[in-house]
Design a protein around this ligand. Structure first.
Ligand code: B16
Ligand code: MG
Length: 217
């Protein structure tokens, strides 16, 4: 049976709950260096939230057509191996400030709680952080046709929770993620720098300032 809640909070993972965004960027930076491709600071903001293959295409840029599908897959696998290794001995100590309290407050309030991460490694990261049991639903990104900024992953979360998008809040650190939340018809709560997330309905510096009741509408 589809569970049903009056409202739902749908969280991104990397960059919102834990700082793995930094590790993804470091792994991509390493790959770009190895390929002799430029990697300017502006690239970092554009990469956030994109799927693995969309990220690779962005890094390869005009050179993308010179790489076969097999070679691109090998490069993506190489980046992923470096990323997974960098997770090291990740634990609950790697939760960002306020993250656990924010998730717990949503559960305690009786609202739906879902994860909408573009990462194929999301289950591993949730387990390591010790927060997997808190979520009513974790979207299986492998079953999602279009990555962020398409709304698909957020719409899948809302549907699984049985909550109309207009009663959902999507919480994201990336411009691509905020675009996905907005096009899903949800309230877009940005985490980070307001200048980097101009499309968000509201931006908080971190989850330590998050109170679910501020966003019920
Ligand atoms: P993987 P999120 C995203 O996670 C990351 O922000 C992005 O940098 C990464 O490329 C993407 O997941 C795919 O991750 O290579 O592990 O499948 O922010 O949507 O939680
Ligand atoms: Mg993110």
């Amino acid at each position: 049976m589809t569970p049903s809640f009056s409202h739902a909070f749908i969280f991104d993972l990397d960059g919102v709950i834990t700082d793995t965004a930094r590790l993804h960027l470091a792994a991509w930076h390493g790959l770009a260096r190895r390929l002799g491709l430029p990697f300017d600071p502006a690239m970092e903001a554009r990469l956030r939230g994109l799927s693995r293959m969309d990220s690779l295409d962005l890094i390869l840029g005009d050179a993308a057509s010179r790489f076969s599908t097999e070679r691109k897959q090998a490069l993506a696998d190489h980046k992923n191996a470096a990323y997974v290794e960098s997770l090291g001995d990740m634990s609950a100590a790697d939760l960002l400030p306020g993250a656990l309290a924010a998730l717990q407050a949503v559960r305690d309030g009786g609202w739906g709680l879902a994860l909408a991460s573009a990462s194929m490694n999301a289950h591993t990261v949730l387990q390591r952080l010790g927060i997997a049991p808190l979520f009513h639903h974790v979207v299986d990104v492998a079953a999602i046709a279009r990555g962020k900024p398409a709304p698909d992953i957020f719409l899948a979360a809302a549907q699984a929770l049985g909550v109309p998008p207009a009663h959902c809040v999507g919480i994201e650190d990336a411009a691509a993620g905020i675009a996905a939340v907005r096009s899903a018809g949800m309230f877009a709560l940005g985490i980070g720098d307001p200048l980097a997330l101009p499309e968000a309905d509201r931006v908080l510096p971190g989850l330590d300032a998050f109170r679910p009741t501020d966003f019920l509408h």
